[in-house]
Design a protein around this ligand. Structure first.
Ligand SMILES: [Zn+2]
Ligand SMILES: [Zn+2]
Length: 778
């Protein structure tokens, strides 16, 4: 079959027309083609680099690249936050490589150096390739990661001028051994922080402190590198870059690269005849809908990738589409996911590129690095969590001349439902910001120790580590970790390495190992924080698409013993959560109501679990569990209303628990629209009469000790966040609450009680006193 030459509108018409699907298309956005805008190369870029760029087909840079090059040359901290495939890397590579090239003329051949940080090894390897394409060989670019052999490491330290690594290596290996890196650090001119939006939450907070440690060590060697960051487009990239580096940053946001026309459709799968929890209507899953749409697009000869969220879903979508298709087309559809061998993956990429494959169901493994441009259509089964991923995936479609089609298929949850009915949240100015909180004492403390071990901490250093550092140092001294000597500086006192005390990507507590009972094989681990709810005795646990029954959760040894099983039910933990206010940092009056931010203690106890039939969600029975309570000290945003407000909003006291609970669920579902968290990073509690506030109160808290900045971000943008929450609930077409609005898959109360209409009135009463949108602090 010849490849499709239908324009994207026609492809979309075809999807809508067949099988009576017109009511599923909630919005069509036409993104017009954009002409590129060039500018001449800045004088500061060396002719060798320009010539190499020309060989790669780059005659002149785009204007946003030139803006970044000039700022970098001036030694400014810059964040380039332009679209996917807009050439962000040339924007920082050209000034960095020019500087390094000039440095090769120094007597020792290394007059200047630069460090590149990527969140993944694969990206660092890809970037090393790009650097070698643009710069002559005498600019020595080298990878430095966990796979670098010891004999090569010495060479990198002594001779490489462009070192590509990741924050984990910087933290564990480079900074603790800085004297061995002294000649590299002395001449450090640039630090590139690529994909910086991925440094969010607790991980991002750790990385922010690692960068402060780097700046301090550099200072000691007399270097003051400029930071060049690349980010996906988010709200306020300059503020994020400042939080990450601790330095004032300039943002380059005006994208001057050309773009083909794109038709972006928003799609809501239909309701099915199944009923879920509390008799709620249930929609067809986004993956099932993706399989149908993939079938139709492949039948029409349209080269399509369907992005899904799990490996299992990738296999399922490919299988379903193959089942639906004629045999000669069925073998032109495949699945693509992490875990395949490199040669298998390359073969699939080749087949897609050549057109032998017409349809591919893929996890985000295809998102980065690999070039499969030239697709006709992209399906996204569920919002991929951030705008960055959304555009990265959608950006896979499109050829120069011909337009492309992208379809976002909503999953049955409040965020996706909101998005397909509020296209402005996707296509207008970004509302989602990258959130991190480097001042969290739980994050900061181990980095102060690591910094003191690197070089004794002086009074003058303290400011670099933020407003909480000064108060924390005496605490660390009392714990016997640091000692202040007569010279006034703090020293690390232990024999063990301070940097080993923190894993940047860890979430606290020893993870629970999942072990197969019959073979003793280790299947994987779950975070300590999630173990009680996910691998309690009797739980059905899914691992890489296979289901297991937990025989026993042994808390003493942090082991869950499981056996393979195929029960016809799933399990859902029931828990009891109480929350107390430790301190209120900020309170804002919203009319009679209040909005607050502060520290809380959350005590959670898993008390039992429900078994639910897979097909229908029908509850088969409840089993009690005897697990100890867990305590979390963290940060929360909470709001209160008065009895008069309840009266005015016609919420009788017996409806209040359901109304507050429903508002809490939906607000947790919508927070990821504003902050780069997912609903599993945050928790909530709603109380009709809270002992600390003596009022009806709804709390939303960070799920990590000390907080990760999400609740604080919710507090700062509460008017927009809670307005979106109310709108999402009100717009849902269900009668009494469903997973698209107020039901939550992680509710510890079996989604009972929930009062959808009451939640809309309750939020309305609260929001009536909210400040106007533009009065919000940012
Ligand atoms: Zn609903
Ligand atoms: Zn709940």
């Amino acid at each position: 079959m010849p490849p499709s030459h239908r324009p994207p509108e026609a492809q979309l018409d075809l999807l809508v027309a067949s099988r009576g699907r017109s009511d599923r298309l909630t919005h069509t956005e036409h993104l017009p083609a954009r002409q590129g805008r060039h500018a001449p190369w800045p004088e500061s870029i060396r002719p060798e680099i320009r010539a190499a760029a020309l060989d790669l087909g780059i005659r002149r840079p785009w204007t946003h690249q030139v803006e970044a090059m000039n700022l970098a040359k001036a030694g400014q901290t810059v964040v380039i936050a332009t679209g996917t495939a807009s050439g962000k890397s040339l924007g920082y590579l050209a000034p960095v490589l020019s500087e390094l090239l000039t440095g090769t003329e120094a007597p020792n051949g290394r007059g200047s150096t630069a460090l590149y940080l990527a969140p993944t090894k694969a990206l660092a390897a890809d970037q090393r390739r790009r650097a070698t394409e643009l710069a002559p060989e005498r600019v020595r670019a080298a990878l430095y990661d966990g796979d670098t052999p010891p004999q090569e490491r010495e060479w990198v330290r002594q001779y490489a001028s462009y070192v590509l690594t990741n924050p984990d290596m910087l933290h564990r290996s480079i900074l603790p051994a800085h004297p061995r890196w002294s000649s590299f650090l002395k001449t450090l001119r640039y630090v590139v922080v690529d994909e910086c939006h991925s440094y969010r939450g607790v991980f991002g907070s750790h990385v922010a402190q690692v960068l402060r440690r780097l700046r301090r060590v550099c200072r000691r060697y007399g270097a003051d590198p400029a930071f060049l960051l690349a980010s996906a487009t988010t709200a306020d990239p300059a503020a994020t870059a400042e939080r990450l580096t601790g330095l004032p940053a300039h943002a380059v946001t005006e994208d001057a690269s050309p773009r083909g026309q794109m038709v972006f459709a928003l799609w809501e799968p239909p309701l099915t005849e199944h009923v879920g929890e509390q008799g709620a209507p249930v929609r067809r899953t986004a993956t099932a809908e993706a399989a149908y749409l993939l079938t139709d697009l492949v039948t029409a000869g349209t080269r399509t990738v369907a992005f899904v969220r799990s490996r299992r879903a990738a296999e399922l979508v490919a299988l379903q589409a193959q089942d639906n298709l004629e045999p000669q087309l069925a073998n032109r559809v495949a699945a693509y996911r992490g875990g395949y061998l490199p040669e298998e993956r390359r073969a699939l990429e080749r087949d897609l590129y050549s057109g032998r494959l017409l349809g591919l169901a893929s996890t985000s493994a295809l998102e980065l690095g690999i070039d499969v441009s030239g697709l006709d259509a992209v399906l996204l089964a569920g919002y991929p969590g951030t705008r960055a991923s959304l555009w990265q995936q959608a950006g896979r479609a499109g050829r120069e001349a011909q337009g492309a089609l992208a379809v976002l298929i909503a999953r049955d949850d409040p965020l996706d439902t909101y998005l397909v009915h509020h296209p402005e949240a996707l296509f207008a100015r970004p509302v989602e910001a990258t959130v991190l909180d480097p001042d969290n004492p739980h994050v900061l403390a181990p980095h102060l120790c690591a910094a003191a071990a690197e070089l004794p901490l002086t009074e003058a250093d303290v400011e670099l580590f933020g407003p909480n550092a000064a108060a924390l140092l005496p605490v660390l001294e009392r714990r016997g970790l640091l000692r202040r000597r007569a010279d006034g500086a703090w020293y690390w006192t232990r024999r063990e390495r301070a940097a080993d005390a923190v894993d940047l990507r860890g979430t606290g507590g020893a993870p629970v190992q999942i072990v197969e009972e019959s073979t003793g094989r280790l299947l994987g681990t779950v975070d300590a924080a999630a173990a009680h709810t996910t691998v309690h005795t009797g739980a059905v646990h899914l691992h890489q698409g296979r289901s297991y029954l937990v025989r026993e959760l042994d808390l003493e040894h942090s082991v869950a013993l499981v056996s393979a099983a195929n029960p016809s039910y799933t399990t859902a933990a029931r828990d009891i959560t109480s929350i107390s206010v430790m301190s209120t940092e900020q309170t804002v009056a919203w009319g009679e109501g209040t909005l607050n931010f502060g520290s809380v203690e959350v005590v959670n106890q898993v008390v039992g679990y429900l078994r639910k039939r897979i097909a229908t969600g029908e509850v088969l029975g409840e089993t009690k569990l005897d697990l100890p309570p867990r305590t979390l000290r963290t940060r929360a945003v909470w709001w209160t209303v008065t009895e008069d407000q309840l009266l005015d909003a016609v919420i009788p006291f017996d409806q209040l628990p359901g109304a507050a609970h429903a508002a809490e669920h939906a607000s947790i579902g919508l927070l990821p629209l504003f902050a780069t968290c997912d609903r599993w990073d945050i928790g909530g509690v709603s109380v009709p009469l809270h002992p600390d506030t003596l009022l009806p109160t709804v709390f939303v808290y960070d799920g990590h000790p000390g907080g990760a900045g999400f609740a604080e971000h919710g507090f700062r943008h509460a008017a927009r966040w809670l307005t979106a929450t109310r709108d999402a609930i009100r717009a849902c077409e269900c009668a009494r609450g469903c997973p698209s609005c107020v039901q939550s898959p992680k509710c510890g109360n079996g989604n009972d009680p929930l009062d959808k209409a009451g939640a809309v009135r309750l939020l309305g009463a609260l929001l009536a006193g909210a400040p106007a949108d533009d009065a919000e602090s940012t």
